[in-house]
Ligand binder design. Structure first.
Ligand code: HEM
Length: 484
């Protein structure tokens, strides 16, 4: 990377990374580039004006906020604004297909996620190891076009424009669709909640000079934790900048995962294993167990602040819902408030590491993504068995997959001794912790009254069915390096 780095300009960065494309509906068009690479690159040039930048997303978000406010003042529900966004990212095999062979400085990206599946603990078997993924992800995927908008109609119309640009399906096609995964925000009161029912997307790092008014408790990270080539894009545990080609500046790596969720099975487990405490009904005991597995109540309220009872108002209040560090006097050694292995504590351990002198800045990721699949049907709820596929299209940005997603999944969620230096073994992250042979997972501390007891989890309720690592280039790089 050159030593004179131009000043940061949000107009150079694709919009999903730092601002998040606004969405009710989102399609992930996974594609392969066809053999006429020159033609693809010419067509890519036509796509660039359609790509939504961070500046445009910020503008869209201001319009959405103003629309909401105006409707509130008139005492009416806000009509949805017709908004659509497009971003594009490439896998390593995609870069090679385009003839871009410089070492980009991320070994996980270069190897691809299929080669990483065993290390991530994805269920599978054989030598060489083959994960239990759907076939589409076992063949090369060159890239993904992310298309989002206010409705299925808007997104389908925008996808038709993208298809037209690349002549998809025509005799002169320059790419073809491997698979389009269609996600949508859940309906009604479940809006913003993932399929197990918990409010999601609450804790994100603030990015230096981008998110200038962080909420209480929200940590600010250097731009280089998310964007390649910027300040703090360093080799983990050092201050040495990662060596990257100049065109990687202001790009970001996207860890993409197609994660199915077994919701009726999860609900049945909670129902059958309520925490038994004086004064709790079985329903409250089940609710408390769910909160202790995730680290937050379904409302979003963190259990480190509200260990015994939900506080729905705090759950959605940005001045409260991140204002905790697992540093109450008893937090480091007891699980009174929050199990050591709760999903949020495993994936962002805050004081558990920072107060031991291990910074976590370079482990932070920005999570986007969206839910897919229908709501649980009464029949599924009754039988406790999933019949229709549903889950999370997990999409997380970072400047370094080895430091970020890969580390969180492998070395934190799947590692039973993490967080370190605890009096009892924490165990697996009950939401995403996994092992390839699907052996029984356990964790401690779910029962606040008997914290060394372990709970055995009968099934992995999150089932990975595919994924890939992508690179989301800056707009200038798309113009000068990728397109013709
Ligand atoms: C279907 C799978 C998943 C579900 C249902 C899920 C659910 C949740 C929920 C409900 C939260 C709390 C809301 C929030 O703080 O934003 C959360 C936080 C988080 N999740 Fe997940 N998640 C899943 C997969 C993953 C994966 C694969 C990773 C990374 C390997 C991950 C990393 C995180 C991180 C970093 C946080 C924020 C923790 C914090 O800062 O307090 N999640 N997740």
């Amino acid at each position: 990377m050159s030593t004179t780095i131009p000043p940061f300009d949000p107009a150079n960065v694709q919009g999903d990374i730092l601002a998040g494309l606004p969405k009710k509906v989102q399609h992930y068009l996974l594609f392969q580039i066809d053999d006429n690479v020159q033609a693809f690159r010419q067509r890519l040039k036509l796509l660039i004006p359609l790509i939504t930048t961070t500046t445009q997303v910020m503008d869209d978000r201001s319009k959405i906020a103003a629309n909401k406010k105006a409707a509130q003042e008139q005492g009416k529900p806000a009509p949805l604004l017709k908004i659509s966004g497009v971003n594009i990212s490439f896998s390593h095999t995609g870069l090679v297909k385009l003839g871009i062979t410089d070492d980009i400085g991320d070994s996980a990206f270069t190897a691809g996620q299929l080669a990483d599946a065993q290390n991530l603990g994805d269920p599978g078997s054989g030598t060489p190891f083959v994960p239990n993924w759907i076939p589409a992800f076992k063949n090369p995927i060159h890239g993904v076009v992310i298309i989002s908008g206010d409705s299925e109609l808007t997104v389908t119309a925008t996808q038709a424009i993208v298809n037209g640009i690349f002549n998809i399906g025509a005799h002169n096609a320059t790419m073809h669709e491997v698979l389009t995964i269609k996600g949508q925000v859940r309906p009604g009161a479940e809006k913003g909640h993932e399929h197990f029912g918990f409010l999601d997307g609450i804790s994100q790092p603030a990015v230096q000079d981008v998110d200038t008014k962080p909420n209480p408790g929200q940590e600010t990270v250097g731009q280089g934790v998310i964007l390649c080539g910027r300040d703090h894009d360093v080799v983990a545990g050092t201050t040495t900048p990662v060596a990257r080609p100049p065109w990687a500046l202001d790009g970001s790596f996207l860890a993409f995962r197609y994660l199915f969720q077994l919701v009726p099975e999860f609900d049945t487990f909670l129902k059958n294993n309520p925490i038994k405490s004086t004064g709790l009904t079985p329903e409250q005991g089940s609710e408390l167990l769910g909160a202790r597995l995730v680290g937050r109540w379904k409302s979003g309220a963190p259990i480190d602040l509200f260990p015994l009872q939900d506080n729905p108002a705090a759950g959605t209040d940005p001045s409260q819902n991140n204002n905790f560090r697992y540093d109450f006097p008893d937090d480091p050694k007891t699980q009174d408030r929050c199990p050591f292995a709760a999903h949020t504590r495993k994936t962002n351990p805050r004081a558990d590491l920072e107060d031991l002198g291990f910074p976590t800045e370079n482990r932070r990721i920005i999570r986007r993504g969206v839910q897919f699949g229908p709501e649980v049907t009464p029949e599924e709820a009754k039988s406790g068995k999933t019949k229709f596929g549903r889950g999370l299209i997990f999409a997380a940005y970072q400047s370094n997959i080895v430091n970020g997603f890969q580390f969180i999944q492998h070395s934190w969620a799947n590692t039973v001794g993490f967080p370190i230096q605890k009096p009892v073994q924490p165990g697996f992250d009950p939401i995403i912790g996994q092992q390839t042979d699907l052996a029984i997972r356990t964790l401690s501390g779910t029962d606040p009254n008997n914290q060394s007891a372990t709970l055995s989890l009968p099934a992995e309720w999150v089932v990975p069915k595919g994924g890939e690592y992508f690179f989301s280039p800056s707009i200038p790089a798309l113009r000068s390096k990728f397109a013709l």
